[in-house]
Ligand binder design. Structure first.
Ligand code: IMP
Ligand code: MG
Length: 185
């Protein structure tokens, strides 16, 4: 864990491209096509999990051709920089909004599955018409809790990724591509 940081601090390298802008665009178009087919006339509540999903969400919704509502949720978490949050907390107001709605959660990456399994469980208790999950990336080899991802753009190996909204210590969110920062990757 320490090595990532050491390499970055030393400015040894810029994140290597794992998934190009072009590739991201293509897979988002495909996802949007499926989502449009499934949610036409359902006026879903599209819930982005901040901060990591903001660029993915912005690009995805511009490909969706039907009425929808957008909200964002912020989860407070405890945990070190490159680890998943151990405890997550969701704002009560948003959790009440899901009542009687088709909810589509937009997340940046599913790692251990802890964050999303908690969130889905919390929403399911609020009487939604449906709850589905859309993620930019998933690392299945890291899963501790099973989570069903209804719409997934990329399945990736166990590497720490940055860019296109994802950060390491709040850096790299503005990269237009998905990169890896560990020189060994
Ligand atoms: P989970 O609860 O383990 O699924 O945690 C998912 C969260 O951990 C994501 O929303 C990210 O904030 C963070 N995370 C996990 N893997 C990565 C990664 O490779 N890059 C950046 N953030 C990550
Ligand atoms: Mg996140």
């Amino acid at each position: 864990m320490l090595n990532y940081y050491t390499y970055i601090m030393a400015g040894i390298q810029k994140p290597r491209v794992l998934i190009s802008e072009q590739n991201i665009k293509k897979n988002i178009k495909d996802l949007a096509h499926k989502i449009t087919h499934d949610y036409q006339d359902k006026n879903p509540l599209i819930l982005g999990v901040l901060k990591g999903s903001f660029i993915f969400m912005a690009d995805l919704i511009r490909e969706l051709d039907f009425d929808l509502q957008i909200e964002f949720i912020r989860l407070s978490s405890y945990g070190s920089l490159m680890e998943s949050p151990g405890v997550v907390n969701c704002d009560e107001d948003i959790s009440d909004l899901v009542n009687g709605r088709h909810v589509l959660i937009i997340e940046d990456i599913i790692d251990t599955g802890t964050t999303l399994s908690f969130l889905i469980e919390q929403f399911q208790a609020k009487n939604p018409l449906s709850v589905r999950l859309c993620a930019l990336a998933s690392k299945p080899s890291r899963r501790l809790i099973k989570v069903e991802i209804d719409y997934l753009a990329f399945e990736i190996p166990d590497k720490f990724i940055v860019g296109y909204g994802l950060d390491h210590d709040e850096k790299y969110r503005n990269l237009p591509y998905i990169g890896v920062i560990d020189p060994k990757d």
